[in-house]
Design a protein around this ligand. Structure first.
Ligand SMILES: Cc1ncc(C[n+]2csc(CCOP(=O)(O)OP(=O)(O)O)c2C)c(N)n1
Ligand SMILES: [Mg+2]
Length: 348
């Protein structure tokens, strides 16, 4: 049976409600913190004597998605599981800038004790279950989380985020089908930034409207403006509400743009300056700040003070991460799966 709602761009957000602005300021600040941490990660990664190793994927431009998700996420019972572009979601769920930065520096004080790096930020206490490097690999894991939540009847829901590059993986189709068939409490979010490494959606997907994938699995599906925080909050909030009401999964294509390259070695040759400029005119931080200003919830001076505060927080995180110790050599096999297989040097 076809699902009634067509794949439409969600209507304009609802009229603003009265507020003292505290929540709004926290959300704005979080988007600014994510942006600053990412931009400082870029400079730390690329400067001589580089101290951040391994693959590193920056989230600048996509902040409204993770902050919007965190706004409706209940860390006491929900689970978030994500691909490798995971710095923003980790901060938004409440992980400290220091625990993220120390992980990037490979230090023992990092959230994964310095053994995970950029792609593997985890902290179960805030509901963050990673940080996964295999494209589409975590979708079946999300299914498991949602199955457990339904089985235990604990009212929790799972939010599973992935890039547009995951949409044609087998795991995507298998997971979406089972989630819908069993009405599991899961929200699927494709963070559609239009490109998988250098391959555009137009080149990798016959159906370019990715939201429509939800139709094939008989679940509600929407296109969402990923540059507008309020719109994201509303769409993800409704999807969580459907989960909690036992109505099963929702599929959201949250359409966004990454300002930097795929990873640190990407010169962005597949993209025009005009395209980037067009998107940057709808920068998520600016849109939200302008709306708050119009509601007199913040002024320019307060914004600047907030920026200074955020910058100081990130600098302190970098200083501390740099000073922290590396994991001890004798702990190199602790907390990793291989620990269960005694390493005898002969392989398996
Ligand atoms: C199964 C698998 N195939 C290929 C790769 C290599 N790879 C890493 S990231 C990536 C692109 C994924 O793009 P997308 O899902 O759109 O996420 P984005 O980087 O845009 O956030 C690819 C192909 C991988 N990690 N896993
Ligand atoms: Mg992508």
């Amino acid at each position: 049976m076809a699902v009634a709602n067509p794949s439409v761009v969600r209507p304009e957000r609802k009229p603003p409600t009265a507020s003292d602005g505290k929540l709004e300021r926290e959300r704005l600040r979080m988007m600014m913190l994510i942006r600053r941490l990412e931009e400082r990660t870029y400079t730390e990664y690329t400067k001589p004597g580089q101290k951040i190793g391994g693959f590193c994927h920056l989230y600048s431009g996509q902040e409204a998605v993770s902050v919007g998700v965190a706004a409706v996420f209940d860390k006491t019972r929900d689970a978030l599981i994500n691909a490798y572009r995971c710095h923003g979601h980790s901060l938004a769920l409440g992980m400290s800038a220091h625990s993220v930065m120390a992980e990037l520096f490979g230090k023992a004080t990092g959230c994964s004790k310095g053994k995970g790096g950029s792609m593997h930020l985890f902290q179960a206490e805030v509901g963050n279950h990673g940080g996964h490097g295999i494209v589409g690999g975590h979708l079946p894991v999300a299914l498991g989380f949602a199955f457990a939540q339904q089985y235990k009847k604990n009212g929790g829901a799972t939010i599973c985020l992935f890039g547009d590059g995951a949409i044609n993986q087998g795991t995507f189709n298998e997971s979406m089908n089972m989630a819908s068939l069993w009405k599991l409490p899961v929200v699927y979010v494709v963070e559609n930034n239009g490109v998988a490494m250098g391959t555009t959606v137009e080149r990798h997907s016959a159906e370019r409207d990715l939201a429509k994938r939800g139709a094939g699995f008989a679940m509600p599906y929407y296109n969402v403006d990923g540059m507008d925080l309020d719109t994201v909050i509303e769409a993800v909030g409704e999807a969580f509400a459907r989960c909690r009401a036992g109505e099963g999964p929702t599929f959201l294509s949250i359409n966004t743009y990454r300002y930097r390259g795929h990873s640190m070695s990407d010169p962005l040759k597949y993209r025009t300056k005009e395209e980037a400029e067009k998107w940057k005119k709808r920068d998520p931080i600016s849109i939200y700040f302008d709306r708050m200003k119009a509601k007199t919830l913040i002024n320019e001076e307060q914004f600047d003070a907030m920026q200074d505060e955020v910058n100081a927080e990130v600098e302190a995180a970098i200083r501390q991460a740099d000073a922290d110790p590396h994991p001890a050599p004798e702990e190199r096999f602790d907390d990793i799966l291989a620990e269960t297989y005694p390493f005898d040097g002969k392989g398996r």
